[in-house]
Ligand binder design. Structure first.
Ligand SMILES: NC(=O)c1ccc[n+]([C@@H]2O[C@H](COP(=O)([O-])OP(=O)(O)OC[C@H]3O[C@@H](n4cnc5c(N)ncnc54)[C@H](OP(=O)(O)O)[C@@H]3O)[C@@H](O)[C@H]2O)c1
Length: 325
């Protein structure tokens, strides 16, 4: 496993962050413990979850009993818990959610507390001041965002600086060989401000494992319920890319999924991709390639093959609400 400094922070994290979205949804409590055991054995020291991922926080908290200090823990806030009359990123909602997350995770500190989406209802200063208060109280070590436009991040960063509030240190966004729109705005912004960048959906929800066929759904897979994935299954452009990736994977003796992860790991703007999986066996193949480095020539070939996925409808947007800030 390789390690990297997390943006401008004091944290050194593994280059693979374990994603907890499927814990409790597709992986039960015992499975979660086994996935975490294996991750720790393979050198992972960073776990990402969210209060909205059903019972994921609870499962992780239980699995980490007695070994909490072995990992950096990241979670997110957005669910409306403090009533309909206050915004999701309001002081009331954040403080309630934060205490709940600390309880679920069975810890007194969250290492990275992230706004899951922007919230147009809440004044920015209220959100930033609340996050700052959480840092000062010791409940939160650093704060980050996910699914924000680059301009929203830049505004927040400058506002936090001007008011002397704790800094935004990271951004999570959808980023993989078939989702490259972030390269236009988000990546240059993250580099300009020294943000750590955490790509989620590194396998495009499973599409980049190569398990789907043109027009097919495949029962039991994520595409059964995921409309974005369903629309991709009718995209000849996406399957054309996958067809061109297959021989490259074979040439380098890796699976398509491993190739997709190696491409992300080779990108200088990527701090730590967030690893997903719905079965125990989905994780180990990624640890097996975590020390490999994809050559510049191969990265360039894949960049060219997938160049049609840079300029397209911008998708790294607030997916629920809050286009204004
Ligand atoms: N900030 C955000 O808004 C946000 C959004 C999404 C995710 N995330 C974070 O990012 C993490 C990863 O996201 P993701 O789950 O979308 O990642 P992903 O790697 O793009 O997709 C993972 C899914 O691909 C399929 N898969 C993976 N390996 C496979 C294999 N070897 N063979 C067959 N299928 C395989 C599984 O789905 P099926 O078996 O069900 O088909 C698995 O659940 C999450 O856990 C979460 O922590 C954050």
């Amino acid at each position: 496993m390789q390690y990297v400094r997390f943006g401008n922070t004091d944290m050194t994290v593994s280059r693979l962050c374990l994603g907890g979205m499927m814990f409790s949804r597709k992986i039960d409590a015992d499975g979660t413990r086994r996935v975490i055991d294996e991750a720790l054995d393979c050198g992972v020291n960073f776990i990402d979850t969210a209060e909205t991922y059903t019972d994921s926080e609870d499962y992780i908290g239980r699995a980490l009993a007695g070994r909490r200090e072995k990992v950096f823990l990241a979670t997110k806030v957005y669910t409306r818990r403090a009533g309909e009359q206050v915004g999701r990123n309001s002081r009331a909602n954040i403080e309630l959610s934060l205490d709940r997350s600390l309880g679920q995770l069975r810890t007194d500190r969250i290492d990275l507390y992230q706004l899951h989406h922007p919230d147009a209802e809440t004044p920015l200063d209220e959100t930033l001041e609340t996050l700052d208060r959480a840092i000062r109280s010791g409940k939160v070590r650093h704060v980050g965002v996910t699914n924000h436009y680059a301009w929203q991040c830049a505004t927040m960063i400058e506002r936090a600086r001007a008011r002397g509030f704790g800094a935004i240190v990271s951004i999570q966004c959808r980023c993989n060989i078939l989702d490259r729109a972030v390269e236009m705005e988000t990546v240059p912004m993250a580099q300009r401000f020294g943000l750590a960048m955490m790509p989620y959906a590194p396998l495009c929800g499973g599409m980049l494992t190569g398990k789907y066929e043109r027009g097919g759904i495949n029962r039991g897979n994520r595409a059964e319920n995921d409309t974005k994935l369903q629309s991709l299954l009718t995209s000849d452009a996406a399957f054309d890319v996958i067809d061109q990736l297959r021989p490259i994977a074979a040439e380098h003796d890796v699976t398509l999924a491993q190739l997709a992860m190696l491409w992300l790991l080779a990108k200088p703007f990527v701090t730590t991709p967030i690893l997903g999986g719905s079965k125990l066996e989905h994780f180990r193949p990624m640890y097996e390639i975590a020390d490999r480095v994809m050559s510049g020539d191969v990265v360039k070939r894949i960049d060219e093959i997938s160049s049609g996925f840079v300029h397209r409808r911008f998708e790294n947007q607030p997916v629920k609400e809050g286009a204004r800030l």
